[in-house]
Design a protein around this ligand. Sequence first.
Ligand code: FES
Ligand code: FES
Length: 184
Amino acid sequence: MTRFTVNGEPVHYKMDPATPLLWALRDASNLTGTKYGCGAGQCGACTVHVDGVARRSCQVTIGAIEGSFVTTIEGLSSDRSHPVQQAWVAESVPQCGYCQSGVIMAVVALLAHTPNPSDQQIDQSITNLCRCGTYPRIRKAIRRAIEATSSGDALTAAPPPDIDPADAAEAVPALTPPRTEPKR
Ligand code: FES
Ligand code: FES
């Protein structure tokens, strides 16, 4: 039995204490924003915060963090209003998006401790892998988030595409089953 706090909620996991935090978050807490990439601590897709520090959750057992405070991408904001999320939207960073929640969590942890990092500090801290090669946009978005937070100006990224639910739910004609010739 392991107890700790996830996104402000106390949670009591009845899983084996050797269970990786990644699986507890995804399978028991249904927090699927945290992704499984390599399972070996290399890619960073599974990055979350444990007591404010970026950790690769595939490499952390739940038993090792008893009493800690865990934050996942879902805990940053409920409306993507966090400055780093806003910068990501403004720079249209994601391509497939799979790696991005891990990158964002790593960046948020970096900026919390180092509000104006040098390029070298960014390179040393943000070692997440992106198979889509979004690295130049990631760098631009980090700079944009730093600018917004240091100037105190709220970043206002474009709103999500305005999709009328009626359009999104347009009825699709039912498929006609293939005709089969009667057997002779
Ligand atoms: Fe954890 Fe790749 S899944 S570092
Ligand atoms: Fe596709 Fe990074 S956006 S892996």
